[in-house]
Write a protein of this length. Sequence first.
Length: 246
Amino acid sequence: MVIYGMLQAFLQGVRELIFPDNCLLCRQFLNSRHQRQLCTNCMALLEFNPAPFCRHCPRSVHAQNSRNICPSCAENRFAFDHAWAACLYNETAQKLLHAFKYNSKTSLHKTFVPLMIDFVTRHQIPVRQFDMIAPVALHPARLRERGYNQSGLLSQGIARHWGLLHTESLLIRRKKTSTQTELGAKQRWTNLEGAFKINNSVNIAGKSVLIVDDLFTTGATTHAAADTLKTAGAAQVGVLTFSLTI
């Protein structure tokens, strides 16, 4: 047993010399046994979304706002009932999400999911009230190009932690839309019209669904997905994202 332990330590040392674990942002060396992807300093640059929150969308509201409704929700009504976002979309979050979505750094879900779980636990977000969890779907062509759905990696981790039903086949993206990052605020909404459909509406009649995505900007994407779910008979739709644009 002692010899086995010494061999494991030796092999671990060799692996670190050949394939050193470095922080994804500053490239500082990390001890791989800690299973981290960011150094302590870079991790501290991520900012949690501060409470209190708007009762409809993830944005913070002034503590003296007795209605708990942000100006945007006071004028417009989203199809989803509630939405939450764990972190603010600062420069650090932007770099990490870009690597996660476009540079195949899929292992970043191991950093994002625990932060989302911490946020949910800290603010007592009622995740367990939902019957199922589903990611925002990618169009099949984009899924083939990317090779994975980054939102699905997040939703799977969230569902596993709370023991909830996870379904990636519930929402189908039938319209290959332009990338939302390339569009203005108004164009984002028209870009998503008719973008989603339900695979089997029988599965969600009277059920509550939590949609998971990586980023909440205008809310156009999650609104379109929630509207599709509500039209198909979902009783309640919530949204949980890793980040929120400031």
